[in-house]
Write a protein that binds this ligand. Structure first.
Ligand code: DGY
Length: 324
């Protein structure tokens, strides 16, 4: 190990899996958060005093105000997430801070959760489970309750990056036909027969299922709204494992109530953890508390990936996942 590295102090704002924390401790003089207590902006600034870098999570809002108040010792901020809409990258760049994220290591775990949401929404993951727990076995009826077929249906993917492609791969295994909308078309090797749509509006009428897998940016905020939902075939199913802010809650809830959207599987919500409470009362939604990357191996690898960025920076090299 580089002796210089060990002399650097790093703040880790939330508890990481033991394997990741042990690796951090081998490389740096670390300030951990063993109680996993959410830190306020003020707490972060205080705890970061004398630190060269901060490893933090998507629950920590690194907005312009917090970035301006960070101690001058801080030179790199490394989010332990692939999404980075919680970081004002422009403000960080203006202050001369390097920003990094953790792409690649949570692709499979997040795609798995997208399929769980898709199947949960389509096949009664919520209402079926509840019937068993509440001792309401449905009896011998052939007509109720009924879910929706997955096999043989069309799956439209909004955002065909790493995670979108991994969702497509899983969808194919279920016999689904893949459509996608992305900023640019994939190579034929990457697309594996998926149909590219230049516009979202062009793709939506072809989606029995819509899986949202793009990043939250000013352009994608509220992209799934009353106008775009109306373009889905009646009875389509919406799955969101990207970011809640891409969907306008009011529009999706109205569509779920009217039946235009038959069901939704949601792992992410605008304003989470304070989600729109009306989702809790809808029978046709399957809801998870942002579990996309929540496995021990994936969360450990996310921590290690952030560490890789920090160690590269401390060694005077370009961090592999530098965003600015
Ligand atoms: C990510 O890495 O962006 C996951 O959604 C966890 O926040």
């Amino acid at each position: 190990m580089d002796r210089a590295e060990k002399s650097h102090k790093i703040l880790v704002t939330r508890k990481l899996p033991d394997g990741a924390e042990a690796a951090f401790a081998r490389h740096f003089d670390c300030r951990f958060n063993p109680e996993d207590r959410p830190l306020s902006a003020e707490d972060i600034c205080k705890a970061a005093e004398g630190c060269i870098g901060i490893a933090f999570t998507s629950m920590d809002k690194f907005n312009a105000d917090l970035i301006a108040k960070l101690p001058a010792s801080v030179k790199i901020i490394a989010t332990v997430s692939v999404g980075y809409e919680h970081v004002d990258v422009a403000a960080a760049s203006a202050k001369g801070l390097v920003v990094t994220n953790t792409p690649g290591v949570l692709t499979d775990a997040t795609a798995d959760i997208a399929l769980l949401c898709l199947l949960g929404a389509a096949r009664g993951g919520y209402w079926g489970e509840r019937m068993v727990r509440e001792n309401r076995w449905p009896g011998a009826s052939m007509v109720t309750p009924l879910g929706h077929d997955v096999s043989g249906q069309r799956l439209g993917i909004l955002g065909m990056g790493r995670i979108g492609q991994a969702v497509a791969h899983r969808g194919r295994a279920f016999g689904m036909t893949i459509h996608y909308h992305n900023r640019k078309a994939l190579t034929s090797g990457e697309a594996q027969g998926a149909t590219f749509h230049e516009t979202l509006e062009g793709m939506l009428p072809h989606c029995d299922f819509l899986s949202i897998n793009c990043a939250l940016t000013p352009e994608t905020r509220n992209l799934i709204n009353a106008r775009t939902l109306a373009l889905l075939p009646k009875g389509a199913i919406v799955v969101n494992t990207a970011r809640g802010g891409i969907v306008e809650d009011e529009a999706l809830i109205n569509a779920l109530n009217s039946g235009h959207v038959a069901a939704a599987g949601l792992d992410v919500f605008a304003g989470e953890p304070n989600i729109d409470p009306r989702y809790r009362d809808l029978p046709n939604v399957f809801l998870l508390p942002h579990l996309g990357s929540a496995t021990l191996r994936t969360r450990t690898n996310m921590g290690l990936r952030a560490l890789e960025n920090l160690t590269a920076f401390a060694a005077g090299k370009a961090p592999p996942d530098k965003l600015n």
